[in-house]
Design a binder for this molecule. Structure first.
Ligand code: RFL
Length: 412
């Protein structure tokens, strides 16, 4: 009985940053802080095994590769081969190769699946002496606008813990608790729904030679590498479609038709889900001493591969801002965190929106009508024929932003 009572006691602790969520955003914040000697505790709702197996993104863009390199972490946390910088658009079966590297010096993008990044970030952080607590429940945030916020949670054995900290990093994704802890009226949510659905399928099937986007009157489809023997596929579908409507045979038939590749090799499908293409931005990305990072602050439709990369961008800015506060008593980074993140967020939202509209409108004219279809086809034609248009596209794909990534602009 005495033992049980002790277990329910509150266990008070303190740290500099409580990081909530051990996805790409949370693990990156914690790893970067660890690198510069700032302590943190990461609280994650799920088990380590569950988090390490969640498969989503597949490319770490050039900017993020260079970010990890600047912290001495690139070789430790990035797996997978370099991306060769070529993206294939297949329009009505005709192939157009577009160079999506921006020609600047330094390492380029990596074909590093999200789960590999998460596994390596976790291992590196723990080896560096960092702390991640899994299977935490009932996280509650207190005094976010005071000098010393507290975070309480219950561990798997029923003990209630209370951690006092200087900052809370809300890295708990779209449906987490941190953004929900902000009182009404402090954040504005900007939302957009494309009215388009995607079926996404993971399969043990050969990856394409280059990431491939296919446009045709049959509807949009895409094929991306996810490892030496695995692929992720996307198929445009009605916005409220259900994965059960897509048995294996229908998936492979649709892919062969839309990719204009009757010989496409099938393989066992390991995951299949449907979702709507939509976007969401919360502004500002801060409330008191709570800083929102990654999907907790913004969702970008997967077209263009920006969601995870934005999370890494936010994480880098927050880690630098906290470091400057702790070590140099400089609050500039904390003060400008939201504004600087949102500038990048809106730039990537715009790119993702442009690419989403272009590849969907150009194909299925029952979706948007012939006028918008011809506009989208003209945009693709410009991309394939104008060096200037291709250069702008490559700059957006790599994620490098001359105004923000120049050392003088970042103060690195
Ligand atoms: P995550 O990855 O959702 O991690 C949040 C973590 O927080 C935990 N959590 C909690 N922990 C404690 N207490 C609570 N109450 C909690 N609630 C949640 C969760 O268990 C989880 O571990 O957010 P993060 O770190 O911000 O990372 C964002 C990325 O995961 C996301 O943007 C990308 O996956 C988006 N995305 C893609 N991004 C790309 O850059 N390129 C891509 O090719 C790409 N493909 C995709 C995608 C997302 C997809 N989905 C989700 C529709 C493909 C798909 C299918």
């Amino acid at each position: 009985m005495a033992q049980a009572e002790r277990k329910l006691d509150e266990v008070p602790e303190s740290t500099t940053v409580v990081v909530i969520g051990a996805g790409p955003a949370g693990l990156t914040v914690a790893s970067l802080l660890r690198r510069c000697g700032v302590d943190s505790i990461v609280l994650e709702r799920r088990s380590r095994q569950h988090v390490a197996q969640r498969q989503r993104a597949g490319i770490v863009e050039s900017r993020a590769v260079r970010m990890f390199a600047s912290w001495g972490l690139a070789d430790l946390v990035l797996g997978g081969p370099p991306h060769d910088g070529i993206l294939e658009f297949r329009v009505d079966g005709k192939s157009h190769l577009v160079d999506d590297s921006d020609g600047s010096e330094g390492p380029g993008a990596r074909l590093c699946p999200q789960q590999v990044l998460v596994q390596k970030l976790t291992a590196t952080h723990l080896a560096d002496g960092g702390e991640v607590r899994y299977e935490t429940a009932d996280i509650t945030l207190h005094d976010l606008t005071g000098d010393r916020p507290t975070v309480s949670y219950r561990s798997a054995d029923g003990t209630v813990h209370t951690i006092t900290c200087a900052f809370v990093a809300g890295c708990d994704g779209e449906h987490g608790v941190t953004r929900a802890a902000v009182p009404d009226g402090h954040l504005t949510a900007h939302t957009f729904d494309h009215g388009i659905g995607w079926l996404t399928v993971l399969a043990d099937a050969p990856p394409p030679a280059h990431p491939l986007l296919a446009v045709s009157p049959h509807g949009f489809a895409a094929h991306f590498p996810r490892g030496p023997h695995s692929s992720r596929y996307y198929l445009q579908c009605p916005p409220d479609d259900h994965p059960g409507a897509w048995p294996d045979s229908r998936v492979w038939d649709a892919l062969r038709t839309r990719l204009a590749d009757p010989a496409l090799t099938a393989g066992p499908i390991t995951d299949r889900e449907t979702f709507r293409l939509r976007s969401l931005v919360h502004d500002p990305m801060q409330y008191g001493r709570l800083y929102l990072v990654g999907d907790a602050a913004h969702i970008v439709s997967p077209m263009g591969g920006k969601g995870m990369n934005l999370a890494l961008y936010d994480a880098d800015l927050l880690a630098r801002a906290v470091r400057d506060h702790v070590q140099h008593h400089d609050d500039t980074g904390l003060r400008t965190y939201s504004e600087r993140c949102l500038r990048r967020v809106w730039s990537d939202q715009e790119f993702s929106h442009w690419l989403t509209r272009t590849v969907h409108d150009a194909g299925d004219d029952t979706h948007c009508g012939p006028f918008l279809r011809n506009l989208a086809r003209a945009r693709l034609d410009r991309l394939f024929t104008s060096q200037t248009a291709a250069q702008a596209f490559a700059e957006l794909m790599t994620g490098l932003d001359p105004a923000q990534d120049h050392p003088a602009a970042t103060g690195r």
